[in-house]
Design a protein around this ligand. Structure first.
Ligand code: RIB
Length: 314
């Protein structure tokens, strides 16, 4: 059974610069490259290269970029029966990539944002999958529809918070089994700046999980990606409180390009945990190795590591 990824697919235009400019400044890019990306497509490819059977549900436009994107994802052996071509431009991301590997991204959603609903074939792919992986670069009604279909079919739902810096609606969280934000996305959910100290950060995240669970009766486990500080997993203890913590330090590796590293982490964690049934700690270690390889390479989708490389690093 496949991991079904439902989400965005973009043409990434990567501008290599010294530093992201301040407001009002003009800077010259040293290089411009174009390649496939988008949080959904990145996660589909990361999962496929890690060894899982994958189906991708998404939309691209009827432009030249659309052809490039479809070929990029089909070349990975991913089931593309749920990938639609629609009239209009494909999604595009302008990625300002600094010398230190950090970035700032502006996305024009294009075809990713013109979905009106999932069709019966797409719904059947979701309902027949082993797990559903979502992000937030497509319309909220599609995310909610996909999660609802999965939930009714007993398919676990994983929501990566990437793609929006707005708080996640609690009624969407109620459909989700695992929620995975990065630091900025968690700050948006908590509506406050987060502390640097990891223990304080985990305490605040845990309180938020408890408060959502108390308000809605249901809160997913939380897998926090905290960049170079590593990752942590928060889930319920026997008494029903969000307490038990797994921590995974990030591997120290040279950084070329952090674009897509969060996508890589969530997707490869899911492969290790859901498809291979590894314990949480081992799945986090696997994802951490995959993300370390991703940040050592250029680009988003092309930088997703293959299984043999992940195994070699572990
Ligand atoms: O997470 C990285 C991705 O964000 C890029 O590939 C870009 O397309 C944007 O969606």
């Amino acid at each position: 059974m496949t991991i079904c990824v439902c989400g965005s697919i973009n043409a990434d235009r990567i501008l290599h610069i010294d530093q992201v400019p301040t407001v009002g400044a003009t800077v010259a890019a040293k290089n411009l490259t174009v390649g496939p990306g988008g949080k959904g497509a990145n996660q589909a490819v990361a999962a496929a290269r890690a060894g899982a059977p994958v189906a991708f549900i998404g939309q691209h436009g009827d432009d030249e970029a659309g052809d490039l994107l479809r070929h990029a994802i089909m070349a990975e052996g991913i089931d593309c029966r749920g990938l639609r071509q629609v009239t209009g431009p494909s999604g595009q991301a302008m990625i300002l990539l600094q010398d230190d590997g950090d970035n700032a991204i502006v996305v024009h959603g294009g075809a990713n944002t013109t979905w009106t609903g999932l069709d019966p074939e797409q719904a059947a792919i979701i309902a027949g999958s082993r797990a559903l992986l979502l992000q937030r670069e497509i319309p909220l009604n599609i995310i909610t529809q996909a999660a609802t279909i999965a939930r009714e079919a007993g398919v676990p739902v994983i929501l990566d918070a990437g793609g929006s810096l707005t708080p996640v609606a609690t009624d969407l969280l109620a459909l989700v089994d695992l929620f995975s934000p990065n630091r900025s996305e968690l700050a948006a959910c908590l509506d406050r700046e987060l502390p640097d100290d990891e223990d304080d950060l985990i305490e605040q995240a845990t309180e938020w999980c408890d408060s959502v669970a108390n308000a809605t009766g249901r809160m997913p486990d939380l897998l926090l990606k905290n960049g170079a500080a590593g990752s942590c997993y928060i889930h319920r203890d026997a008494a029903g409180h969000f307490e038990r913590i797994h921590r995974q330090p990030a591997l120290k590796v040279p950084v070329r390009d952090t674009t897509g590293a969060g996508d890589c982490f969530t997707a490869t964690y899911l492969v290790a945990r859901t498809i291979e049934g590894l314990p949480i700690d081992d799945a986090m270690r696997f994802a951490s190795a995959a993300a370390a390889l991703c940040i050592g390479r250029d680009g988003a989708l092309p930088s997703m590591p293959h299984r043999a490389d992940i195994d070699a690093l572990l």
